[in-house]
Design a binder for this molecule. Structure first.
Ligand SMILES: [Zn+2]
Length: 171
C-alpha cells in the first residue's frame, strides 16, 4: 500500500518491547471502536518496560477530552513519583494530540512511542471524508519539544487504518 511504503522509509527503530506494547494499544483501540468510541488506545510502561496502566478512548458519552493519553498523564501524576514518570514510556496507537502532548509534558512523563503519526491519521481521515478536527494536528515535538518521540510502527498501519475506516463508516 502506498501509505505504508512512505511509513517504512521514514520509520525510526521501534524494538520488540515497544512493538509488544503498541500491539496492546491496537487491541485497546479495537475495543474502543467496539464500544462506540474512537479507535485509540494507550499503555503506560515503567522504566523497566512493565505495563502499569492502560486506557482507551472514551468520548462516546460526549466528553471529547477523554483521550487515553490524557487519562494516563493524570494517572501518572497521582500514582508515580517525578523520577518514575521521567523514566516511563507512554505507548499509543496514534500520536498524542496537542492536549495530550501538553498533559504528558506538564506531568513530566518520559518517552512517547506511537504506531501512527498525527500527519498520517489526518491523511486517512481526509481520504475517508471526515471533517477537520477543531484542534490542529500538531506533532508532539511542536507542543512538547523536550519529550523523546519514536514512531511510526509501519507493521501496525493497515490494522489501525481499518479501525478508523470502521469507526467512521459504520456510525
Ligand atoms: Zn489527545
Amino acid at each position: 500500500m502506498r501509505a505504508s511504503m512512505i511509513d517504512v522509509r521514514k520509520a525510526e527503530p521501534v524494538n520488540d518491547t515497544d512493538l509488544r506494547h503498541l500491539r496492546r494499544c491496537v487491541e485497546l483501540a479495537k475495543a474502543a471502536v467496539e464500544a462506540g468510541d474512537e479507535p485509540f488506545g494507550s499503555v503506560l510502561a515503567a522504566g523497566d518496560g512493565t505495563a502499569l496502566a492502560e486506557d482507551r478512548n472514551r468520548v462516546a458519552d460526549g466528553d471529547q477530552t477523554r483521550h487515553p493519553e490524557f487519562a494516563l498523564a493524570r494517572w501518572a501524576a497521582e500514582n508515580m513519583t517525578p523520577e518514575e514518570r521521567a523514566a516511563a514510556t507512554v505507548y499509543t496507537s496514534g500520536e498524542h494530540c496537542p492536549m495530550c502532548s501538553a498533559a504528558h509534558a506538564w506531568v513530566g512523563l518520559g518517552r512517547i512511542v506511537y504506531a501512527v503519526s498525527s500527519a498520517r491519521l489526518v491523511e486517512w481521515l481526509t481520504e475517508i471524508g471526515v471533517p477537520p478536527a477543531p484542534v490542529r494536528p500538531l506533532p508532539v515535538a511542536e507542543v512538547a519539544p523536550g519529550v523523546a518521540v519514536e514512531g511510526p510502527a509501519p507493521e501496525l498501519a493497515d490494522e489501525m487504518r481499518a479501525l478508523h475506516v470502521r469507526f467512521h463508516t459504520t456510525r
